[in-house]
Design a protein. Structure first.
Ligand code: TXA
Ligand code: MG
Length: 327
């Protein structure tokens, strides 16, 4: 369905307008602290279906539901002690909890799974939108399926113009990578996706968390965690050890820190001059969007340490490097 997309500054009046669009079954892209989301009323089946249509997302990939207060969790999912402790520690924030769902959640949201992902975002605009809409909002990242996540309103507009009713412009996302996803629906808590909440921080509260591995049974639980995702159109590979930087214009470079020798051409981005992982996360998708728009033959990315937010950044880059070239 073709929509007349409007981009609106996220002031009080426009948030109210967007909340009404949500209540009426429309699609609103809005900022969160992680990335922009493409939101619809999570309890309205047709509205949820239109998210899948707009993103061209396969229906086997479940959506995260955003809520504004913990009490809403009980309406949508079976809570438990660990969920309460984690929510106390990290909500609002970049943590999604996967719990057994209640019947009220449409099967389309959960892609037929008996679980649902929930989080309270740490962003004033998102929270106000949720409060005014008065309904839980299902929202995947506001990008076509498999492509780079948006961290500003311009990214959303470039990718989804004509497919969303309102884009609320709330500036740049502070965290810059998607939420950390933890499943609490099985016998042990499992990390399904590293994200904006570091594993180190999570472990201060949940030392027993297990890391999701592709080969184990949790694969069935996370159908959307495809080996490729978060990808630029331009192929991406990692910088090899001892590889020299080449001054060839059809190569683009993504550096973690400012390199000793810079390429003479300008096809490069530095994620953090000082090598700060949180700053690198904030800049990741904007840098990839920029490099992708140059249309070079390849993007060559420097590896980052897989600690702190580096784990989430490397997860996104590894997935980007696995994108099949024919899509
Ligand atoms: O930070 C975020 O999480 C952003 C913002 C908008 O909140 N949202 C986001 O949504 O990244 P999305 O749809 O792009 O990624 C959600 C991931 C998908 O890979 C999906 O498979 C997984 O969460 N997921 C959702 N519900 C799940 C469930 N019940 N069980 C396992 N995985 C689930
Ligand atoms: Mg996504």
């Amino acid at each position: 369905m073709q929509r007349d997309t409007i981009v609106l500054p996220a002031n009080a009046e426009n948030i109210s307008r967007a909340a009404k669009v949500i209540r009426d079954g429309g699609l609103v892209a809005f900022p969160t602290e992680t990335v922009y989301g493409l939101g619809a009323n999570a309890l309205d089946l047709l509205a949820v279906a239109s998210i899948f249509e707009a993103k061209q997302r396969p229906s086997f990939d479940p959506l995260i539901i955003h809520i504004s207060e913990f009490s809403m969790l009980d309406q949508l999912a079976e809570s438990n002690d660990i969920a309460k402790i984690l929510a106390d520690a990290f909500w609002p924030g970049p943590l999604t909890l996967v719990l057994k769902k209640k019947e009220i959640v449409p099967d389309l949201v959960s892609s037929g799974l008996d679980t649902v992902g929930l989080r309270i975002p740490n962003n004033k605009i998102a929270l106000r939108l949720l409060q005014e809409a008065g309904v839980p909002i299902a929202a995947p990242s506001a990008n076509p399926f498999g492509y780079l996540s948006p961290t500003n309103a311009q990214h959303v507009y470039e990718q989804l113009n004509g497919r969303v009713d309102i884009i609320l412009d709330g500036g740049d996302c502070k965290v810059g990578v998607e939420s950390t996803i933890v499943s609490l629906s099985g016998a042990v808590p499992v990390l399904l996706r590293p994200g904006g909440l570091s594993l180190e921080d999570l472990k201060t509260i949940l030392p027993q968390i297990e890391h999701y591995k592709k080969t184990d049974a949790t694969m069935v639980e996370a159908p959307g965690l495809l080996p490729w995702h978060y990808s630029p159109i331009t192929p991406l590979r990692f910088f090899e050890e001892n590889e020299e930087i080449q001054d060839v214009e059809d190569l683009a470079y993504l550096f973690f820190k400012t390199p000793g020798v810079k390429p003479r051409h300008s096809n490069f981005e530095v994620l953090s001059d000082t090598g700060d992982l949180a700053e690198a996360a904030t800049n990741l998708f904007t840098a990839l969007h920029k490099l992708d728009s140059i249309n070079t033959r390849i993007i060559i990315a420097e590896k980052l340490p897989e600690t702190g937010l580096g784990l989430a950044i490397m997860d996104r880059l590894i997935k980007a490097s696995k994108r099949p070239q024919n899509i």
